[in-house]
Structures are given as structure tokens and as C-alpha cells.
Ligand binder design. Structure first.
Ligand SMILES: Nc1ncnc2c1ncn2[C@@H]1O[C@H](COP(=O)(O)OP(=O)(O)OP(=O)(O)O)[C@@H](O)[C@H]1O
Ligand SMILES: [Mg+2]
Length: 240
């Protein structure tokens, strides 16, 4: 099958801790895939390797058949792989609007293109009323929305989102869900790490579940969530 992303046998350890242990999965174009699993199961480490932040000990990553293992984040951005962080990253002493412009220039948009796109995104993300505030003054949820905007100044082929909904006001969570759903309708592809199961069920038809660095479930979200091994992994975590 035609795959947008292929992950083959990816492994990473930190000292004696095998954070990611021979992980393989694929993402076909146009899908929203959930990446779930208990705390410490290796989800962020996988995203770090997919986005060029960490070099894998072993394994390969392909985008549209091209080997992108070990490419730097700037190179990956040019190939259309964009990453949102679990800890939000915006420039705090620059206005929200200028944060978007900076992201536009970094992706080779002209000033005019950046202003036009930034205006449209500010409206869509309901940040218009705070666009000239320093990004550091925005609430946590507004910063996350701004980071969505920064990732989408130029639409990525693959957006990697690390817990975008965590600790965000429900109203903003709804804006994020709408934002992702709209782009899904347009054919964009997402890998979304989340602990928010209702949203995972709503957004992701398919998901991959990790535990102790390994993939323990991969397929239709409903089926993965009902798998005894997946249930046991989550319950095990709660009883720790
Ligand atoms: N830079 C690092 N140095 C050392 N250990 C790390 C590092 N990053 C992650 N780890 C360890 O690797 C394991 C996987 O961590 P990771 O952050 O990938 O999990 P996660 O699934 O994203 O968890 P969470 O749901 O809590 O965000 C954990 O045991 C963690 O302590
Ligand atoms: Mg994480």
C-alpha cells in the first residue's frame, strides 16, 4: 500500500532504559493516527526521532519512500514534516501575530503571504483579540493554539502533535479539534499523541498503542482500546 510514513524497527535507549524498543508502524496519507500509551511508554521519544530531535540507535524512517532517518528538523520541515511539542514553544517577547510571521518566513513565505496566512489563522484559531499581545502573555491554551498556527503557516504533509489537548480549556480543545478535522477533510495527515481517550476516539479512526517502548496495539481505535493487553497496560500504570 502507498504509505506516507514508514517507521521500521526504531529503537532508542537512555543508559539502561530502553525507551523505544523495535517500533514499526506505517501511516497512509490522509489519516489521523493516534499514538497512545501510559506515561513513559516512549511516545514522545518516537516523535523526537521522527522530527530529527533525537538520533535513533537503530531503525529507519521513510517519508513517501525517502529515507529521512537522522535528518535535521529544518530539513524535515522543508520535506513537510512539522512537530508540535508537549511543552509549548513560542517566542514569548514577540507578539502572537509576529510569531506566525516568523514561522512563515522560516518556511520561505514572503511578507505578503505570511501576513495573509497569519490573519486567516488568527481568525480560525480565535486569537484575533490577542494578536498584538506578547505571546508570553497568552494563556497556556492560547499558546498551544498559536503553536498550531505556527505549524500550519505552510501546511505540512505530516503534522506530529504531542499532547495538544493536555491542560487546555474545553473551549480551546474544541477549536483544536475543529482545526484538525477541517484539515483532515482537506486530506492532511496527522500523528497525534494524546491521553484524552474521548478525543482520540472522536478524531482517530486508527491508533497505535505503546507500552514499555513497544507497540502493543495497532489498528482500528475501537479495537485497540478493547484489546486486553492495552487495557492491562493502562491498569498496570494506575496500580503503580
Ligand atoms: N532525554 C532523556 N533522557 C533520559 N531518559 C529519557 C529521556 N527522554 C525520555 N526518557 C525516558 O524514556 C522513557 C520514555 O519517555 P517518553 O517521554 O518518550 O514517554 P511518553 O510516552 O511520551 O510519556 P508521557 O505520556 O508521560 O509524555 C521514560 O522512561 C523516560 O523517563
Ligand atoms: Mg510524552
Amino acid at each position: 500500500m502507498n504509505q506516507l510514513l514508514k517507521i521500521q524497527d526504531l529503537s532508542k535507549s537512555f543508559g539502561g532504559n530502553q525507551a523505544v524498543d523495535h517500533v514499526s508502524f506505517n501511516i497512509s496519507p490522509g489519516k489521523i493516527i493516534g499514538l497512545i500509551g501510559p506515561n513513559g511508554s516512549g511516545k514522545t521519544t518516537v516523535l523526537n526521532m521522527l522530527s530529527g530531535i533525537l538520533i535513533p540507535d537503530q531503525g529507519q524512517v521513510f517519508i513517501e519512500g525517502r529515507d529521512i532517518t537522522n535528518l535535521k528538523p529544518s530539513k524535515l520541515a522543508k520535506l513537510g514534516v512539522m512537530r508540535m511539542f508537549q511543552m509549548t514553544r513560542v517566542f514569548p517577547r514577540v507578539s502572537a501575530f509576529d510569531n506566525l510571521l516568523i514561522a512563515g518566513y522560516a518556511r520561505d513565505l514572503s511578507f505578503e503571504e505570511s501576513v495573509e496566512k497569519a490573519d486567516a489563522l488568527m481568525q480560525e484559531l480565535e486569537l484575533d483579540h490577542v494578536k498584538f499581545l506578547d505571546a508570553g502573555e497568552l494563556s497556556g491554551g492560547q499558546k498551544k493554539l498559536l503553536e498550531f498556527g505556527m505549524c500550519f503557516m505552510r501546511s505540512p504533509k505530516l503534522a506530529l502533535l504531542d499532547e495538544p489537548f493536555a491542560a487546555v480549556h474545553p473551549k480551546m480543545r474544541e477549536i483544536m479539534v475543529q482545526f484538525i478535522s477541517e484539515r483532515h477533510r482537506q486530506g492532511h495527515t496527522f500523528l497525534v499523541v494524546s491521553h484524552d481517550m474521548p478525543i482520540v476516539k472522536q478524531l482517530c479512526e486508527e491508533c497505535v498503542c505503546m507500552n514499555n517502548g513497544r507497540v502493543i496495539g495497532n489498528g482500528l481505535t475501537k479495537e485497540v482500546l478493547e484489546s486486553p493487553e492495552v487495557i492491562e497496560a493502562y491498569l498496570g500504570g494506575h496500580h503503580d
